[in-house]
Design a protein around this ligand. Structure first.
Ligand code: PGA
Length: 239
């Protein structure tokens, strides 16, 4: 595992610059992207770099990390809506493809199966860390060999859809790229900011791996990079 700690002031710019570096090395990058408060400033910094002509997603394939089930198309809390609003619709050049999770059809299980195929062969999986140790919607109880699937959500996650993201109703479930696909990706990044994440980051990285903290399984990944700001890294043993 590689732990990269930056001050909060430069954190988003540094992560965006890392992403630009990966795209320069492989323009056709297949990358899985999250939504959330953590990646938002990275996307803003990335848009700045794109506007300056320093980077492009034009040849890249973007795969959505997770999605609520039970929210109508266009709901402000939907992950596809938010990723489009914060990044995709604001790019000068859109990605070559965007695989949203097709939760609007009658059969979420089938949608999960289709998305499992979309999430195979990722070059890079970018993840946030939930306060309960989830990554994507791989909630506590998830297993490292879970494929992309339809999952029950923790109550805290369902409530967050309304309280934090303004969902018009409480979602019933989620679909998430599974830990198996994340662990198979060529590279995996865990983005973590803020003092409130310090304890769960220590749990994820320094205590024995286990299903109570799905993020702890990411340590199995041979190319895991944790990008933390100073506050989130504050409880880690370092050096
Ligand atoms: P956040 O969410 O980036 O908004 O803190 C992370 C998560 O719960 O997965």
């Amino acid at each position: 595992m590689d732990l990269q700690v930056f001050s909060a002031v430069v954190w988003a710019e540094r992560v965006a610059a890392e992403l630009a570096g990966r795209l320069a090395a492989r323009p056709s990058l297949r990358l899985c992207l999250p939504t959330g408060d953590t990646p938002s400033p990275v996307y803003a910094a990335f848009l700045g770099a794109e506007a300056r002509g320093e980077v492009s997603l034009g040849a890249a394939a973007v795969v959505m990390l997770d999605e609520w089930v039970g929210l109508p198309a266009g709901d402000p809390a939907r992950c596809d809506v938010r990723l489009r609003a914060e990044l995709l619709d604001r790019l000068q050049t859109p990605p070559a493809s965007f695989a949203a999770i097709e939760v609007d059809g009658p059969d979420p299980e089938e949608a999960a199966g289709r998305h499992d195929r979309a999430a195979q062969g990722l070059d890079l999986a970018v993840l946030g860390l939930g306060m309960n140790g989830h990554v994507g919607f791989n909630e506590p109880g998830s297993a490292p060999d879970d494929p992309t699937g339809l999952v029950r959500l923790a109550v805290s996650s369902r409530e967050a859809a309304v309280a934090r993201y303004g969902a018009t109703r409480v979602p019933t479930a989620g679909i998430t790229v599974g830990l198996a696909r994340l662990l198979e990706a060529g590279e995996c990044w865990l983005l973590v900011t803020g003092e409130r994440k310090a304890r769960i980051l220590r749990r994820a990285l320094e205590e024995p791996e286990g299903p109570d903290c799905p993020a702890s399984y990411l340590r199995r990944h041979p190319r895991l990079t944790v990008f933390a700001d100073e506050a989130a890294a504050g409880l880690l043993r370092r050096g």
